[in-house]
Design a protein around this ligand. Structure first.
Ligand code: GDP
Ligand code: ZN
Length: 322
């Protein structure tokens, strides 16, 4: 005897997941192996200041196997905002675990000073940086040694550093491993190979490469929300490289020493509590530089950046007085 097929009412399931994409009032949530299109429950969406961001962890109730309703947004661990020059601070990606800072060894050649600046900016956001030196294929043996020396300085500061080449495939596997099970965002100067690296890490992603539009800060990156792309080995990466040109705006000059790990290590050891580590008597940072305990180039980039921040904050104060 053949039994009539039972009518299936899919029971409501309560799941936890990660928001990967937002379009208008709809969002896509990965919950385990399920991928659901969700709406926000009425009273949640009406709460005006509540905005969903990709990367948000949410609790949802299923409606069907492919649809759900978000009932709760869980507290964010970290927040990555669009550069402050945009309309207003807007969360673009929530819960980012690491910011991948990409530079290239040549074409364009990285500057240590610039790396220090990016690292400080990421530290200011309380995010974890991962430093990538791309285009290794362009360097000869001698120049490779120079890059390796630089990489060593950052590793000694407990930063993760990976050398890669999209051209030869070198280091791509290491990069994949470093991205596994994390939410990553990618940033760095134009033309260093950010899109190419993402394409290498995520097969089939198909980001356009070799475009210069990014230098204006606008161009193709005008969408409100980044999308999180699922990595084959687990984890996500925001699909908009150059997501944020980390600016140092809002960083007080006196806080800068805390954003340099090597200098922060001496916090509280100078005679003056607010020591700028420039020329104060009883400074413990200056002798540390002289004795080689702090890398001299790092110290110089600190001085330069500090001066810039001070000049900036002076202009701001002056314009407020007017
Ligand atoms: P983005 O602006 O940082 O996203 O850089 P793109 O990914 O668009 O790459 C800029 C240019 O560098 C393109 O012409 C790429 O083909 C090239 N490129 C990217 N990675 C490498 C690499 O590892 N080696 C070499 N030789 N060229 C690369
Ligand atoms: Zn000092």
């Amino acid at each position: 005897m053949i039994l009539a097929a039972p009518v299936i009412f899919s029971p409501v399931e309560r799941l936890e997941g990660t928001v990967t994409k937002i379009e208008g009032s709809a969002s896509w949530v990965d919950a385990g192996e399920k991928r659901l299109r969700c709406d926000l429950r009425g009273k949640l969406s009406r709460r005006l200041n509540l905005r969903l961001a990709v990367g948000d962890r949410v609790r949802l109730a299923t409606v069907t196997d492919e649809q759900g309703v978000i009932e709760e947004i869980l507290p964010r661990r970290t927040v990555l905002e669009r550069a402050r020059s945009y309309k207003r601070d807007q969360v673009v990606v929530a819960n980012v675990d690491q910011v991948i800072l990409v530079v290239s060894v040549l074409e364009p050649e990285y500057k240590r000073n610039f790396i220090d600046r990016l690292l400080a900016a990421v530290e200011a956001e309380r995010l974890e940086p991962l430093l990538v030196f791309n285009k290794l294929d362009l360097s000869d043996e001698r120049y490779r040694l120079v890059c390796a020396e630089d990489a060593k300085i950052y590793r000694q500061l407990r930063y993760s550093v990976i050398g890669t080449s999209v051209e030869s495939g070198e280091g791509i596997q290491d990069l994949r491993a470093a991205m596994k099970d994390k939410i990553s965002a990618v940033t760095g100067p134009s033309g260093v190979g950010k899109s190419s690296l993402l394409n290498a890490v995520v097969p089939g992603l198909g980001l356009r490469t070799g475009e210069v539009s990014e230098s204006s800060g606008r161009g193709r990156h005008t969408t409100t929300h980044a999308e999180l792309v699922r990595l084959p080995e687990g984890g996500y990466v925001a699909d908009t490289p150059g997501l944020r040109a980390f600016e140092m705006k809002g960083v007080e000059p006196r806080d800068l020493p805390l954003l340099y790990r090597d200098i922060a290590a001496f916090q509280g050891t100078c005679r003056f509590r607010d020591c700028s580590h420039r020329d104060e008597p009883g400074c413990s940072v200056i002798p540390a530089v002289q004795e080689g305990k702090i890398d001299e180039e790092r110290y110089e980039s600190y001085l330069k950046l500090r001066q810039e921040l001070e000049a900036e904050s002076a202009t701001q104060k002056a314009s407020r007085k007017r």
